[in-house]
Design a protein around this ligand. Structure first.
Ligand code: UD1
Ligand code: UDP
Length: 364
């Protein structure tokens, strides 16, 4: 059996790392990786292939830094001849980026079965490019691998019971990755000492969502909150290139930087795990980082108005704070004062990749 995996953005490398490790345990399954090139800086791409030992992509399309239509169109054009040549049994796509939609659409038009890992998530906010990508990808997928019960329920609500596709709850592959790579990260990463964080309370923050970066009021509100929090304890902000570019243009960085607000380039996965393990609290607008806060037993304040990972909010591990300064700082104080029992299995406890490969081999 042959699977072509399409990846392009940082969270997809992390998800694919977990699934590729499982595929490698099946000698009868061949995986060919296509990298669209959507993320291209060394610390947004290569570092993950090296650290996580992801097989080297057979094809690299080098498509990035374009508007949505142009990027998705160029990817479709680049992926199609690869699929015609490789004739895989399945195309596997991850999450909700432009690379996801392009991979799924190219495959479906060639009548190749599509496996969507992280299917069924919804924010119910059609302004988000991710929501459009995931709805369209789900609709043309053949095997929909849902990370949570809520994702399965969302698909039921949309009538998937009546479609000829298979919806399964597999669990979340990001939990597989965090459990496995956590066993190496302390030996591989020196970030806690390098940033002078040993023995100190600090806040870990990531920001990259279009709804925050492309709205100066929201981005300024978030940076103002970080500045205020940093007067109390260090804040570590590994900054996505998109956010850095815009924050520099808006003049936010020189204005807000101080010795307690550590703005650093994006970090590798081992460094990220160590930051997550040692932080007091996580502030983020990332999908993946919200769950990783939970995996590493940390409360999370989400810098968005809604989330796809509603179970974290329902169970109190995550507070939605939007992008207003006071709401963020208040949520942060409140979450820091709470005690949590993180002993809840919501994401499959490390079996998701196994479940996905089992589901595919049943449908070969
Ligand atoms: C993309 C995904 C988003 C995902 C995020 C993960 C879409 C529509 N968005 O957003 O769902 O959460 O990845 O991080 O697919 N850039 C660099 N270097 C890089 C990567 C990006 O400079 O290595 C710059 C690009 O040139 C561009 C900007 O960052 O100007 C945005 O990149 P893009 O891939 O379009 O979207 P992301 O914001 O990264
Ligand atoms: N991540 C990382 N280094 C960083 C920031 C994030 O390794 O500097 C990892 C993070 O641990 C998670 C993934 O990137 O596994 C999340 O990707 P991102 O936030 O870019 O995208 P999203 O999950 O929002 O789609």
């Amino acid at each position: 059996m042959k699977i072509v995996t399409i990846v392009g953005a940082r969270p997809q490398f992390i998800k694919a790392a977990a699934v590729s490790r499982e595929i490698a345990r099946h000698p009868d399954v061949t995986e060919i990786i296509v990298h669209t090139g959507q993320h291209f800086d060394k610390n947004m791409s290569d570092v993950f292939f090296e650290e996580m030992q992801i097989p080297t992509p057979r094809y690299h399309l080098n498509i990035n830094s374009m508007n949505h239509g142009a990027m998705t169109g160029k990817m479709l054009e680049g992926i199609e001849p690869i699929l015609l040549k490789e004739k895989p049994d399945f195309v596997m796509v991850y999450g909700d980026t432009n690379s996801t939609l392009a991979g799924a659409l190219a495959a479906k038009k060639l009548h190749i079965r599509v496996v969507h890992v992280e299917a069924g998530l919804r924010s119910f906010n059609m302004q988000m490019p991710e929501e459009i990508n995931r709805i369209l990808t789900d609709r043309i997928s053949d095997i929909l691998c849902c990370p949570t019960d809520k994702a399965v329920e969302n698909l039921k609500q949309e009538g998937f019971e009546h479609f000829p596709s298979k919806v399964i709850k597999t669990g979340d592959v990001m939990q597989d990755a965090s459990l496995y790579y956590n066993t190496f990260s302390a030996d591989k990463s020196a970030i806690i000492n390098d940033l002078g964080l040993a023995g100190q309370d600090f806040t870990l923050c990531t920001i990259h969502r279009a709804e925050n970066t492309d709205d100066p009021e929201r981005l300024s509100g978030i940076f103002a909150a970080l500045h205020e929090i940093s007067l109390e304890m260090k804040v570590v902000l590994p900054l996505h290139p998109r956010t850095r570019k815009i924050a520099v243009t808006l003049g936010l960085i020189p204005e807000l930087i101080n010795s307690q607000l550590l703005i650093v380039p994006p970090v590798g996965y081992f460094d990220m795990i160590e930051l997550l393990k040692n932080t007091r609290i996580v502030l983020t607008d990332s999908g993946g980082v919200q769950k990783e806060a939970f995996f590493f037993l940390k409360p999370c304040v989400t810098l968005r108005d809604e989330t796809e990972w509603v179970e974290l909010v329902d169970k109190g591990f995550n507070a939605l704070a939007g992008a207003g300064k006071d709401k963020i700082t208040n949520a942060c104080s409140e979450m820091k004062g709470k005690q949590f029992d993180f002993n809840v299995d919501m994401y499959g406890s490390g079996r998701a990749s196994k479940n996905i490969i089992e589901a595919i081999t049943e449908h070969r």
